[in-house]
Design a protein around this ligand. Structure first.
Ligand code: NCD
Ligand code: ZN
Length: 345
């Protein structure tokens, strides 16, 4: 069985920096025509100049025709001037809000969102989307409850204060987040990863701890996975593809204190096709992967098409990653969909 879809977008990728970028972009560009690059480098990308320079570093090692759009990293020092410059730049399409301490390289993020009111108003006025890592970070809140608590305590008041602010709730993991987006107005959307569509916390924790299934927000229960699958394959167009592919060198994952992040880029479309097939919705994959996100961001669709075939292949055990190695998600497993190629038109 063959499937051909308009060239898709990945609206959430961690390309990293330095030599590793080439290894990541090779995998992403085999399947996607455009990707949104996350700004959580060390140090983070706080200004348009830094974000655009990073975009150029990625493009330098990317194949011809691959497009990258950049984001700013929101800090308590971000200025309205920077927001206006970003809004005027076609290659900077959003600002990423990390609650300080929520995830990898979020130390420079936000402790008190009240410090950002002017900046948020400027974004609302200029139509520049806020991309949200939706987890509270309080020590007292259980890690499995952090997304749901964020919806009540941070996102609902934020959306009430700024009803026209475009918001992308990134990598949603719970039924509560699906319900939130469904109940919200047209300015609120969400990305959904392939691993959250296919896996639950049992895959992370039953029969041994599997560090390559550990990401943030952490995998949840089967009823949450169901809700994500219904949202991704449903008619509502405010759910779209973002892998949150987040490579870490193997030693930083397989460790007594392993980093959060699943490197799904090499297997992304194969996983999404498997998830959509599970729900009998392969005919919706193209809208989810190639149209809805572009429509939300107000960007043109990619040209060309990507071909997939229902054919088994074994995911490599590891891959090059700069000077080291990275373990791709589903390493050593047999997947049922293969990306066979790209057609220019
Ligand atoms: C991401 C990373 O490693 O940069 N990790 C992750 O688990 N998703 C950061 C993030 O998006 O939370
Ligand atoms: Zn991410």
């Amino acid at each position: 069985m063959e499937l051909s879809i308009a060239t898709p977008d990945d609206w959430h990728v961690h390309f990293r920096d330095g030599r590793a970028v080439g290894d990541v972009v090779r995998e992403v560009s085999r399947q996607f025509g455009r990707a949104l690059a996350m700004p959580n480098l060390r140090p983070p990308l706080r200004t348009c100049a830094e974000a655009l320079a990073y975009r150029r570093r990625i493009l330098q090692v990317a194949p011809e025709g691959f497009e990258v759009v950049a984001t700013l990293y929101l800090t308590e020092q971000t200025t309205v001037g920077e927001i206006l410059e970003a809004a005027a730049s076609p290659s900077v399409v959003g600002v990423k809000f990390y609650p300080a301490g929520a995830t990898t390289h979020s130390e420079d993020g936000i402790s008190d969102l009240a410090t950002c009111e002017e900046v948020l108003s400027a974004m609302e006025e200029s139509g520049l989307p806020l991309l949200v890592h939706g987890e509270v970070v309080d020590d007292g809140v259980d890690i499995f409850d952090r997304e749901e608590r964020f919806l009540d305590e941070v996102l609902a008041p934020l959306v009430a204060r700024h009803p026209r602010l475009k918001v992308v709730l990134e990598h949603i993991t719970t039924r509560a987040a699906v319900d939130f987006v469904n109940a919200a107005g047209p300015s609120v959307a969400a990305t959904i990863t392939a691993h959250h569509l296919l896996h639950t916390r049992n895959d992370l924790l039953v029969g041994g701890i599997r560090p390559h299934f550990y990401c943030l927000p952490v995998l949840k229960r089967s009823q949450d996975r169901r809700a994500l699958l219904e949202a991704a394959t449903g008619e509502r167009r405010r759910f779209f593809l973002g892998t949150d592919s987040a490579p870490h060198e193997v030693g930083r994952k397989e460790s007594a204190c392993g980093c959060a992040g699943c490197y799904t880029s090499p297997v992304a479309l194969a996983l999404y096709a498997t998830a959509f097939e599970e729900n009998g919705a392969l005919d919706r994959l193209e809208d989810f992967a190639s149209r809805r996100g572009a429509d939300f961001y107000g960007l043109p669709y990619n040209g060309g098409r990507v071909r997939l075939r229902r054919e088994k292949w074994e995911v490599p055990a590891s891959m090059p990653f700069g000077a080291g190695r990275v373990i791709p998600f589903a390493a050593g497993r047999t997947l049922t969909w293969t990306v066979t190629g790209r057609d220019p038109i």
